[in-house]
Design a protein around this ligand. Structure first.
Ligand SMILES: *[C@@H]1O[C@H](CO)[C@@H](O)[C@H](O)[C@H]1NC(C)=O
Ligand SMILES: *[C@@H]1O[C@H](CO)[C@@H](O)[C@H](O)[C@H]1NC(C)=O
Ligand SMILES: *[C@@H]1O[C@H](CO)[C@@H](O)[C@H](O)[C@H]1NC(C)=O
Ligand SMILES: *[C@@H]1O[C@H](CO)[C@@H](O)[C@H](O)[C@H]1NC(C)=O
Ligand SMILES: *[C@@H]1O[C@H](CO)[C@@H](O)[C@H](O)[C@H]1NC(C)=O
Length: 747
């Protein structure tokens, strides 16, 4: 059933097919209307939850009827005939519940129709239940909330955050209240080291990208589920948990005392396949690029006396190594134990780690659980609903064997939706998200989300392969990844320029990145701009080009698309040359000739090949080819300052023909040298770094996955031009720009 049909159906309440009328009671009748009842969620959990409600409540004298906005047959579980719909005649209606399992854009119209023609008679309650998302930021959440508030009273609106129905989460406040004698002295900054609130998933978001692109992990999980958990852990606990207003007010007060987040309060990631999946699912062109985070960890601080200075770490991600969700409160450990554990009285646990864990689901323990280190205290847990777990296997949980904890589990495991449906029915508003609390949460998260739009997340491979890549630590009041990784350099100041390429920094110099084709196009434009500027300044343009495979595409681009290029005033020089005849396929000049010179009109006298062939022999020192080339440069170029030098980067970190582990050409007074590389043809002639560093502009062009490793390596390595000649490129009067395609960066 489409949304349109659904809206039409809603124009009159009576249009709904009544699926079942269950039992006749004397305490009043409850009508339940499920909209979007054929969706996956509805099928799986909602009908089941409502059936559970019926089973639990019908004995207490209520009668129920269930109506679906979808016209598909009812679940056989329910066994009753649509025709019985009229049997409710003559019953007194106590309340009417609408469950909207529909996308948010449909809310406003549905709300209008419910208000206009579906309200129950005075005396009976109306409850309208909504599913997330409740907006994407403060503004959109406020707009959506405003629309709902035109039609409904606050007490009629029930926003579901299904984490509030998870048994271990639901139990946090009762646990804190029931154990306050033990907890009150230690549930504070003096005793709590840190709090971790975690939801890890192994699945990725393939198939849901059109949704996910708009949200990302912070909006999808952290702003709602993890923030709700944070409030339960950190808020002041009212003495009467049955008083919804008190609970909600304490929650709001906690949300209001969250310290403003800074840009370094977060580390973020994106699993590697996300970009490809997004490009496919959204049918984007191959140069699509997105900053959507699929992993984030956020450091939250609370500005109140209880929690000042205590780090709360909220973390969630897709494509991680395991599926689990938990809250872990770690207590400070300030006792030093002299005698080893073995010989100790088993009741003395001063030296063991102390922690309390609310295990929400999945992971190492496959049931909801509350774990309290035996060194702390033996907790009280509502005996009608929770029991101490017995016969647990020996298993290490956060550094302690299960036997080191008091472990409690629910007597009866219940699905979150069935818990929440029962709470809706009972009007327990504290298990839902009120408008005020929703907006308080969004006003906390929105500035961070806006800042993150400009940041490139760290790319991670997914699954167990992530290894330590996503590990993070607290440093200087912020978070940072433990391991350095070259992609991090991308996060420094980004802007997208007119060409749509991403501009940022790499090794402290400007970096332009894009897909190869667009990148070459950008580089060609930049060379032409440099040519125009040089000619304006001095009448000529001196361009020095490297050999290798990378510039070939550039030559093609320049010859085919740059008809206005001032070739007549351009001098072409070589950065390096292999000691082979010009006719050899390895000759840099040979490649320049076939790739470029055959197609553009550069005056013959402006072409300056390297004199590797002299006196009928190749690269012999006594022939002083290097001296000749240096003289030619001095003759033509003021101060030997090239206008533009194009370099490449070898897989071993060499640039021009200056090779790693070799002093030649890194410093000194020589301008041109014969050098020797590790591969055939080994002998080369090359401009030296001191000469290159006199240039006005130096570009380093790096293309292809094959260069990912070396780029990662040189970005991490300590600056040492002798080991990594590329580190020695640093044009003193000029500018160095890196041109790297996405394949290099993302592999
Ligand atoms: C809600 O319904 C009532 C009764 O039909 C109507 O008077 C009122 O104008 C409606 N509210 C809005 C905002 O449409
Ligand atoms: C707790 O609050 C509920 C709901 O407001 C109220 O009915 C109940 O009497 C209160 N209990 C105590 C002990 O004050
Ligand atoms: C980058 O530049 C900053 C400021 O100019 C300087 O402090 C820092 O040492 C540089 N880093 C490297 C790796 O050169
Ligand atoms: C050339 O070098 C000399 C000496 O280093 C310097 O004074 C002069 O300004 C330079 N000329 C240009 C155009 O850079
Ligand atoms: C030419 O090479 C020799 C070493 O072979 C070097 O000493 C000399 O400085 C070089 N000449 C120039 C102008 O760079």
């Amino acid at each position: 059933m489409t949304i349109k049909m659904l809206l039409r159906a809603l124009s009159c309440c009576l249009f709904f097919s009544t699926i079942a009328v269950l039992c006749t009671g004397h305490k009043g009748h409850i009508s339940v209307v499920l909209l979007g009842a054929t969706g996956d969620l509805a099928k799986k959990y909602l009908w089941q939850g409502f059936f559970q409600l019926y089973v639990n409540e019908v004995s207490k004298g209520h009668s129920f009827s269930f109506h679906g906005a979808a016209l598909t047959p009812p679940e056989k579980a329910l066994h009753l005939d649509i025709q019985n719909s009229l049997a409710e005649e003559g019953l007194h209606e106590a309340g009417r519940l609408f469950y909207l399992s529909v996308p948010p854009f449909a809310y406003a119209d549905i709300a209008r129709n419910i208000n206009a023609s579906c309200r129950p008679l005075p005396g009976a309650w109306l409850r309208v239940v909504l599913e997330k998302p409740f907006g994407q930021d403060y503004e959109s959440a406020q707009k959506l909330a405003g629309e709902l508030q035109t039609y409904f009273e606050e007490e009629e609106i029930y926003r579901v955050d299904h984490y509030l129905g998870k048994q271990a989460v639901e139990q946090i406040l009762p646990f804190r209240l029931q154990n306050r004698k033990h907890l009150e002295p230690i549930w504070n900054r003096h005793h709590v080291e840190r709090v971790e609130i975690v939801m890890k998933e192994t699945l990725d978001v393939k198939g849901r990208i059109s949704f996910y692109e708009e949200y990302g992990v912070i909006r999808d999980v952290i702003q709602n589920h993890l923030t709700e958990i944070l409030t339960s852990i950190a808020m002041e606990v009212p003495l009467n948990l049955s008083c919804s207003d008190d609970v909600l007010r304490a929650k709001l007060s906690l949300l209001d005392s969250l310290q403003k987040l800074e840009q370094d309060s977060v580390v973020s990631g994106q699993y590697q396949d996300y970009l490809t999946q997004a490009t496919e699912e959204l049918e984007k062109k191959t140069n699509y690029f997105t900053n959507t985070q699929t992993f984030a960890a956020v450091l939250v601080h609370i500005d109140n006396i209880r929690w000042e200075g205590v780090p709360f770490l909220l973390m969630s991600g897709k494509a991680l190594d395991e599926r689990t969700a938990y809250v872990r409160v770690v207590f400070k450990d300030n006792a030093f134990c002299v005698q080893k554990e073995d010989g100790r009285d088993s009741t003395s646990n001063t030296c063991k780690p102390k922690q309390i864990i609310f295990h929400i689901g999945h992971g190492d323990i496959d049931f909801p659980a509350i774990l309290v280190s035996r060194g702390l205290f033996k907790p009280y847990v509502t005996p009608s609903r929770w029991q101490q777990a017995s016969e647990l296997p020996s298993h290490n949980v956060f550094g302690q064997d299960l036997s080191d904890y008091y472990v409690y589990r629910p007597l009866l495991e219940r699905d979150a939706y069935s818990v929440l449906i029962s709470n809706i029915y009972r009007g327990k508003k504290e298990s839902f998200v009120t408008t005020k609390n929703l907006l308080a949460s969004w006003s906390f998260w929105t500035p961070l989300l806006e800042g993150l739009e400009q940041e490139t997340p760290r790319v991670y491979p997914g699954g167990a392969e992530n290894s330590q890549l996503l590990d993070f630590m607290i440093e200087d009041g912020g978070l940072r990844f433990v391991t350095d990784e070259n992609l991090e350099v991308l996060t420094v100041a980004q802007k997208v320029n007119a060409f749509g390429s991403t501009q940022s920094y790499f090794l402290n110099n400007t970096m332009v990145s894009d897909w190869a084709e667009q990148l070459i196009q950008k580089l060609a434009e930049d060379i032409q701009n440099a040519a125009d500027a040089a000619i304006k300044r001095s009448g000529v343009f001196h361009l020095a080009l490297s050999g290798g495979s990378s510039p070939v595409a550039l030559f093609r681009r320049l010859s085919r698309h740059h008809h206005g290029f001032p070739w007549k005033r351009t001098h072409l020089w070589l950065v390096d040359e292999r000691c082979v005849p010009f006719t050899d396929p390895d000759s840099n000049f040979g490649n320049l000739e076939t790739g470029l010179l055959k197609h553009v009109r550069v005056p013959y006298v402006n072409i300056h090949p390297m004199p590797v062939y002299r006196n009928q022999r190749l690269c012999v020192e006594e022939d002083m080819g290097n001296q000749t080339y240096a003289a030619e440069i001095s003759e033509f170029i003021l101060n030997g300052s090239f206008d533009f030098v194009l370099l490449g980067l070898g897989n071993d970190g060499h640039t021009a023909s200056i090779f790693p582990g070799n002093d030649e050409g890194v410093d000194g007074s020589s301008f041109v040298l014969l050098t020797e590389g590790p591969h055939k043809p080994r002998k080369r002639m090359s401009l030296t770094l001191p000469l290159i560093n006199q240039a006005n502009k130096v570009a380093v062009l790096v293309l292809g996955k094959g260069k990912h490793e070396i780029v990662t390596l040189i970005s991490r390595a300590e600056k040492n031009p002798r080991k990594w000649p590329i580190h020695g490129v640093n044009p003193s009067p000029g500018q160095l720009v890196w041109y790297m395609d996405y394949e290099v960066l993302l592999k």
